[in-house]
Ligand binder design. Structure first.
Ligand SMILES: C[S@@+](CC[C@H](N)C(=O)[O-])C[C@H]1O[C@@H](n2cnc3c(N)ncnc32)[C@H](O)[C@@H]1O
Length: 237
């Protein structure tokens, strides 16, 4: 669905049908998802500017349309997801790349990421600063699981590492039909509820803000504040 809204080519008729059904209940989604992808780009570029040259991406979805390795053009990137169809698609898209790979990874258990892939695409994992991209995932994890997962990631990465993260606000609650389509486990959060879940991760001075207002390149895009985001740091020891 996201690839459809981004104008990509890697999706199926069933995705387009689901995207259209969601838009009937909510309204146009393409501008919001394009801004989300622009936020990913701004966050990844900022992390690269801080000297990071490798990324581990959780819940990656389709690795195109301005995804991490297309923004961080010198970096190595390991994309992971739990969905077998997405993983196979991602592996097909990245076949032949010596800089980016795709494999299974449950964001809530770093132990599920293949160590060989991790060391190939995120060299020095645990010893050198890396970028961890955790976008489009928080809504699928309850508070305890999200806090534990972020804390374990903090413990696993080297000091100086960065985390790009976003979460859904309660904006969708104003569209009950669309909200129902997200299923009963879907979680919306207010920023003051989300902030403590970051635990030891320290947000940059940009704060936890609507994604369109996170270091905008110009006047912020005029989209609903459906998502907030942040880049957070594991400070140097
Ligand atoms: C809303 S999409 C976000 C895709 C992409 N990150 C983006 O922002 O465009 C959520 C993705 O997370 C994956 N996912 C859901 N639960 C996960 C988990 N526990 N670990 C890793 N990926 C997960 C889904 O398969 C899906 O591809």
């Amino acid at each position: 669905m996201i690839d459809h809204w981004l104008g990509g080519e890697h999706h199926f008729p069933v995705d387009v049908a689901a995207a259209r059904a969601f838009e009937q209940a909510y309204g146009p989604c393409a501008p919001i998802f394009r801004e989300l992808r622009a936020f990913l780009g701004r966050a990844v570029r900022a992390i690269v500017a801080d000297g990071v040259d490798s990324f581990l991406v959780f819940g990656a979805g389709v690795p195109t349309m301005g995804n991490v390795h297309e923004v961080a053009t010198e970096a190595t990137v390991l994309y992971t997801d739990v969905d077998p169809v997405t993983i196979r698609l991602g592996q097909r898209i990245l076949a032949g790349s010596d800089r980016a790979g795709y494999g299974y990874g449950d964001a809530t258990d770093i132990g599920t990421v293949d160590p060989a892939q991790l060391h190939r695409f995120v060299p020095g994992w645990g010893r050198r600063p890396v970028g961890v991209v955790f976008l489009g995932l928080a809504a699928f994890l309850d508070d305890d699981t999200l806090a534990r997962t972020l804390d374990e990631l903090y413990g696993a990465v080297a000091p100086g590492s960065r985390l790009a993260i976003d979460f859904d606000t309660d904006e969708l609650a104003a569209h009950p039909e669309a909200l129902a389509m997200m299923g009963p486990a879907f979680r919306m959060r207010r920023p003051e509820v989300f902030a403590p879940l970051l635990g030891r991760w320290r947000p940059t001075a940009d704060g936890i803000v609507p994604i369109a207002r996170w270091r905008p390149d110009g006047p912020p895009a005029d989209v609903p504040d459906a998502f907030y985001g942040a880049v957070a740091v594991r400070p140097a020891d």
